[in-house]
Design a protein around this ligand. Structure first.
Ligand code: BG6
Length: 516
């Protein structure tokens, strides 16, 4: 394929993109910049239009100005206020709408038909709901009642998390949406699946002769997934205090990364085959049925006052819109088991939290050690081999191996073979939302969560949440700016392991610093 043919193949089909919640944060920070990047890279068909929908009144000019600002501030490409920009901006329109009012949807349909005529768009419509999930049902119904789904082409619904609060509420939500859209028309976003390095897991695993044969319980000692954040709850106290880390990050991002690490190779590279394999992993997770099992395997924490980089930080309970007696977890760590033939007995340790010392997402695969009682192991302390996948914000892969210390006769020291993707000049990795919007517009659903994945993840998480709800006091505290409750270290110590330090971690208590 020539470069031009390649680009043509990547192009989205002509479509109208509806952004519900167009004056909100997600649209401003992620969605408009994503659309502009796709346009700049030639991945967006010329016959496209975007209609921003929100309640507040906005003129077309004001809306286009909002988009210009959002691109200047948040996009990897900057726009210039010239004719090119004007041509691009022509494709954007705004509609002020009360989403409970069907008439508004009828007007929206008229506006859409006009735009479709103007740009020769073949009736394909993509509805992106950057809205609270309580509104997904009514928007879906009114889209149908208002005639918005009767055009010639396809209809797709893209929805944001959280998809429910537990299995029951997720089922209710799903039922509402399914009265209007078919499962294959629904694209549930988990933005971690849009990240370059999460998508790369599949390739690293299945395209390398020296990983796949070792990818099992005979050779892997444990897997560690860390998703640490420096931020607190910012302006989202109201939502977060209700959700907590397990629902906000565990049910979705953490379990999704785990499935990518643990799944079997699919028989074909088709979305349904890949998602079938992922859901099997979720179904194989060993459930924690009793409060004792939960206590033994899952630790929850909440940050108290602390400091980071010379700045004092408030306790979680002092944050805006948070209950001063809240028992919501801002951190959790867990030891999980995937009970199938490949993974029997291998612990998967996952941890995530707010107000930790660094912002990073990393996956460490620790291989079983070489025998320490023969040959080199007799004399030297051999470190286990590690494969480290750095997801965010650094992107790259490290492999830690034992080698001879340079200059010495036969001393051994661990060294890292390091591929730092984000350090490479000229690599400007697409944002997760660019990839996901691009995929949804092309009908490529691999990196969206199917209903059975969502349901399996909830049924696993619900049991933990229920046990916690019965033992409200069972929570550990950690100072903001620290690495979370110390019990987390015990979780691994009990199995003879320790957390491997992540990128940017200070050296205290660090056994071995990756990349040093
Ligand atoms: C979101 C959570 O899904 O992911 C937030 O709701 C979290 O609480 C965010 O901060 C983290 O995403 P990223 O891409 O910044 O690591």
């Amino acid at each position: 394929m020539t470069e031009n043919q390649n680009l043509e193949a990547l192009k989205t089909p002509g479509a109208v993109f509806f952004i519900f919640g167009a004056t909100g944060d997600l649209a401003k920070r992620k969605l408009f910049p994503a659309i502009y990047s796709l346009y700049r890279e030639g991945k967006l068909a010329e016959d496209f239009a975007v209609i921003g929908v929100a309640r507040r009144p906005r003129t077309q000019e004001e809306f286009r100005e909002d988009i210009f600002q959002s691109i200047q501030e948040f996009c990897r490409y900057k726009a210039e206020d010239n004719d090119n920009w004007k041509t691009f901006a022509q494709h954007f329109e705004y509609k002020s709408l009360d989403i409970n009012n069907v008439d508004g949807f009828r007007e929206l349909n008229e506006q859409t038909v006009k735009l479709e005529k103007q740009f020769g768009i073949p009736g394909n419509r993509l509805f992106y709901l950057a809205l609270a999930p309580e509104l997904f049902g009514s928007v879906s119904f009114n889209l149908q009642k208002g005639g918005m789904l009767d055009a010639e082409g396809w209809n797709r619904l893209v929805i944001e998390k959280p998809f429910g609060y537990d299995l029951k509420s997720a089922e209710e939500l799903n039922e509402q949406i399914r009265q209007v859209f078919k499962e294959e028309e629904i694209y549930r976003i988990d933005h971690y699946l849009g990240k370059e390095m999460v998508q790369n897991i599949e390739v690293i695993r299945f395209a390398n002769a020296f990983f796949e044969p070792l990818w099992n319980n005979k050779h892997i000692a444990n897997v560690q997934i860390t998703l640490s954040e420096t931020v607190g709850v910012e302006e989202r106290g109201g939502y977060y205090d209700h959700a907590g880390a397990l629902r906000d990050m565990g049910q979705n991002h953490m379990l999704q990364m785990l499935t990518m690490i643990a799944m079997e190779p699919p028989s074909r590279l088709l979305p349904e085959d890949i998602r079938d394999e992922k859901v099997k992993v979720l179904r194989s997770l060993r459930p924690y049925e009793t409060a004792e099992e939960v206590k033994k395997n899952v630790i929850r924490g909440q940050y108290i006052k602390g400091s980071a980089r010379g700045k004092d930080l408030p306790a979680y309970r002092e944050e805006d819109k948070v209950d001063p007696n809240s028992n919501t977890e801002t951190y959790f760590a867990a030891r999980l088991f995937v009970d199938n033939f490949r993974w029997a007995g291998v612990p998967f340790y996952i941890r995530t939290g707010k107000r930790l010392p660094v912002k990073t997402t990393e996956i460490v695969v620790e291989f079983k050690s070489m025998p320490n009682n023969v040959y080199l192991g007799k004399k030297y302390k051999l470190e286990p081999n590690l494969l480290v996948i750095r997801v965010n914000p650094m992107e790259g892969i490290y492999v830690k191996i034992n080698a001879k210390k340079p200059g010495s006769e036969n001393e051994i020291e661990p060294l890292a073979m390091d591929f730092c993707q984000s350090c490479m000049v000229g690599i400007n990795s697409p944002e997760a939302y660019e990839r996901l919007l691009h995929d949804a517009a092309r009908g490529e659903s691999t990196y969206f969560t199917r209903w059975d994945e969502v349901a399996s993840a909830w049924s696993f998480v619900d049991k933990i949440a229920e046990a916690w709800a019965q033992n409200q006091g069972d929570i550990s505290y950690y100072p903001a700016g620290s690495w979370g409750p110390k019990e987390t270290d015990e979780l691994l110590k009990a199995d003879g392991f320790h957390w491997w330090p992540v990128n940017g971690q200070e050296e205290d208590n660090v056994v071995w610093q990756i990349g040093k």
